[in-house]
Design a protein around this ligand. Structure first.
Ligand code: ATP
Length: 787
């Protein structure tokens, strides 16, 4: 690029940065003032309100005055929040005001048709107006016009606006690398967005935090980011194709596009594990947006199931499926996982709930001081005497009301019991006075009541009983009187029940049903709820008690969606009925036993109509070097369809070791070598948690800084780690060492995708160790390896 051009561009950068600096100063002053206001309002809060509770009118005035004062404070605090966010954005723009430019000449139709003057559009992470307040010095990357930059190369181009399509000619597309207000790189680009810039970005060392990709979003990723039409957007993308990145930029886009109506807490991202949450948590703040709500499916289950069971998590299930091969009930468990994850089991549960509507729902007696106050039979009788045309949840609510009334009656009788008398006597003076004060407040005792010993005692007895009944009432309100575990268990207790429920559709019941029933009963008796049972159990619970739907969520993002079962998808749709879904995954990385194999996201299509659904396939992979992608693609079917980005590095390598000592020594040496080459993050990926633990113990002596990642790990940090394969999902490392790829470690066909997932975590280097003959998943890839 010519010097003159760079000089002219730098001049513009200087001017823009100068203007940003001025605005920063003004804003700082303003935020300072607002802050002082807030401190002042807080300090003088009580001086500026008139507090008087003498009578009802005064109290009302006090309340109004308090409300007004609080509103002023809230308004100021909001203003402060807005200004702070704006300030943060300006500080970012001050360092790097923009990353791209397109020159675009809009076509004008009709009278005087022809071409307007070209306009230069500069793109940054936020927009900025000039001194006059009328011209944009920087356009937000999410503005309609900015899509030109992502969708076109120079030539005819168009973009959508809320008022229609605008066509024209793009005459220039330029990219900048601006650091601390100085242009350090500038490229004019052709067909795709800045191969050069992308090269530079992708060639960098990894980070503990995911980065935003706004400067280099690719056309097909932009389709995901800006999609506004689909109610269900399905993204099938190769490993490293930018699914997570696109999802996060899409959230930023939606928050910008619908800023009047959408807030960050109306967007929920389901991610694979807590560590992944930490990994992606900085992307939106980096883009000047607040973070969406982040959770994992397991966290949701725990929140809903509370303490009622020892709830197995997906990783414990995974450890079992990977490590218990050959154990007595292994095959039964696998059959159970497959069946209980599918929609057939869902319809069995739906029918079971319908049957419970007629009979069989289990209840728990309400007990008090070791006595049964209301028996389960009484509840059952009452429940089934209610109008059966009413839904289960409605009848449950009516039963709860009845129970509360019963409890009120029972509490009256309880007052006369000896234990109340005993308890009254035990009250010390202070407690007695306290109870009496309470009584006076509640019952408005007059001074006449003093001395009326009987009345005093009655009231005190009522208070004591009421206190003790509080817990019972609260349990009733929480519907704890339903014996959910027994109600669920009953489905398995009689093995013929399923076929009678599925009259005509018995063929969907698996062959091993009898054994599955046995296994389920065993596990429930031990107070354990297997992962595959958790969603069905919750579904049944919700059919009985009513679904706890969340209608405030407008957008649901499900990352690593290949790990969700059809049942889970249906359930999520049910609890977020108003949300649009963006579902991102890679069928080649399906690692759970419930994975449905080749048909990928098929179950999802049942949730929305064809017209509501859009599917985007990402074939280009950005994470790894061409050498790594060429190699890993040979491990999977259709791998040749993955298109590597043209970035080169060392060929992957394999070392077959002879014994344990050599194994550990060579891995230690490899770690040192990678570090010397500048790798910031190195992962030794083992198959299971158990193998990771062993690897860690063996390696830590010679690598004291090495860390072990377990399912509880919540932060993703740089450095050298040992990590189980399934936890490495979604994250990436400069260099990956596969701990042991021996054929007897990765032996089952079902483990192919797990192995593939582990290998595709590598950005720049991949080294595979094997303690014997390497896994057959490498058969096709092996010849291309450096031995
Ligand atoms: N357009 C882009 N510009 C720059 N970097 C990109 C782009 N797209 C993807 N990347 C980079 O590629 C890597 C992989 O991206 P990401 O993790 O989003 O992929 P993924 O499809 O979710 O991967 P996986 O399914 O393997 O977990 C990241 O380092 C990301 O920053």
């Amino acid at each position: 690029m010519e010097d003159e051009q760079i000089k002219a561009e730098q001049k513009r950068v200087d001017r823009v940065v100068g203007w940003i600096s001025e605005q920063i100063d003004t804003l700082r002053e303003q935020t300072g003032e607002v802050r002082t206001d807030i401190v002042g309002i807080r300090r003088d809060f009580w001086d500026d309100v008139t507090v008087n509770f003498e009578d009802a009118a005064e109290a009302a005035e006090t309340a109004a005055s308090l409300k007004q004062q609080a509103e002023v404070l809230i308004e100021r605090e909001h203003a402060h929040g807005r200004a702070e966010r704006q300030l943060k954005l300006l500080l970012k723009l001050q360092q790097s005001p923009y990353f791209g430019r397109v020159d675009f000449t809009q076509e004008t139709n009709g009278v005087g048709a022809g071409q307007d003057e070209p306009e230069s559009i500069y793109l940054g992470v936020g927009s900025l107006l000039d001194e006059s307040g009328t011209n944009y010095l920087i356009y937000d990357w999410r503005a309609p016009v900015s899509s030109l930059y992502y969708d076109y190369s120079p030539g005819p181009a168009k973009y959508d606006t809320p008022t229609g399509e605008i066509e024209g000619e793009m005459t220039l597309k330029r990219q900048y690398v601006i650091r601390r207000g100085h242009i350090s790189g500038m490229f004019d680009t052709g067909v795709t967005i800045g191969d050069e810039l992308l090269q530079e970005v992708l060639g960098k060392q990894s980070d503990a935090q995911m980065k935003s990709i706004v400067a280099t979003i690719q056309h097909e990723q932009n389709l995901i980011i800006r999609n506004e039409r689909a109610k269900l957007l399905v993204v099938q993308g190769a490993a490293g194709s930018g699914k997570t990145s696109a999802a996060l930029q899409r959230i930023a886009y939606l928050l910008y596009r619908y800023r009047e109506t959408l807030t960050a807490d109306q967007v929920v991202l389901f991610s694979p594990n807590p560590m992944f949450n930490s990994y992606v948590s900085t992307v939106l703040p980096e883009l000047g947006e607040q973070n969406m709500q982040q959770t994992t499916y397991q966290q949701y289950l725990e929140h809903r199931l509370g303490q009622s069971f020892a709830l197995e998590d997906p990783f414990a299930q995974m450890e079992y499926t990977l490590g218990a091969i050959g154990q007595p009930q292994y095959e039964t468990r696998l059959a159970a996982i497959r069946y209980k994850s599918g929609v057939s089991f869902m319809s069995l549960i739906t029918r079971y709930a319908a049957a419970l509507s007629e009979s069989g729902l289990r209840f728990k007696a309400i007990k008090f001081r070791g006595r049964i106050l209301i028996s389960a039979e009484a509840m059952q009788e009452r429940f089934y005497s209610l109008n059966r045309s009413l839904s289960l949840p409605n009848r449950i609510r009516m039963l709860a009301e009845w129970l509360l009334k019963e409890l009120t009656d029972l509490s009256r009788k309880e007052r006369k019991k000896q234990w109340v008398e005993d308890e009254m006597e035990l009250l010390d003076n202070e407690a007695y006075m306290h109870a009496f004060d309470e009584l006076r407040r509640k019952e408005q005792l007059t001074s006449d009541s003093f001395g009326d010993l009987d009345r005093e005692k009655d009231l005190l007895a009522a208070t004591i009983v009421q206190e003790r009944f509080k817990r019972l009432r609260s349990r009733v309100k929480k519907l704890k009187f339903i014996d959910m575990p027994s109600s669920y268990r009953e489905l398995f207790a009689d093995q013929t029940k399923a076929s009678s429920l599925l009259d005509g559709e018995e063929s969907s019941i698996p062959e091993a049903w009898e054994q599955i029933c046995g296994l389920t009963l065993e596990q429930l008796a031990a107070g354990v709820l297997h992962y595959e049972d958790a969603t069905p159990y919750l579904y049944l619970k919700d059919l009985i008690e009513g679904f706890q739907t969340n209608t405030s969520v407008h957008h649901l993002f499900i990352d690593e969606a290949q790990d969700y079962s059809p049942f889970q998808f249906h359930y999520l749709k049910r609890i977020f009925p108003r949300a649009k879904m963006t579902v991102l995954g890679d069928v080649n990385q399906s690692i759970f036993a419930h994975a449905t194999g080749g048909n990928g996201f098929q179950p999802l299509s049942e949730l929305f109509t064809d017209a509501e659904t859009e599917k985007i396939v990402l074939k280009r992979s950005y994470r790894s070097t061409r050498e790594i992608i060429d190699f890993t693609s040979l491990m999977i079917e259709d791998g040749e369809q993955i298109i590597p980005f043209n970035r080169h590095g060392e060929k992957p390598a394999i070392t077959v070791v002879r014994d344990k000592n050599e194994h550990i020594r060579l891995i230690g040496e490899k770690i040192s070598a990678f570090r010397k080459d500048g790798a910031q993050s190195i992962a030794v990926i083992a198959k299971t948690a158990e193998e990771s633990g062993e690897a860690y113990e063996a390696l830590k002596a010679s690598n004291p800084e090495i860390r072990l990642i377990a399912k509880e790990t919540v932060t993703f940090e740089q450095g050298t780690v040992v990590i189980p394969s399934y936890l490495a999902k979604g994250v990436e490392f400069d260099a990956v060492i596969i701990f042991d790829a021996a054929n007897d470690v990765y032996s089952q066909e079902s483990e192919r995708r797990l192995f593939y997932t582990a290998c595709t975590r590598a950005m720049h280097d991949l080294h595979i160790f094997s303690t014997g003959e390497p896994t057959r998943f490498l058969d096709r890839a092996l010849p291309s390896l450096t031995l």
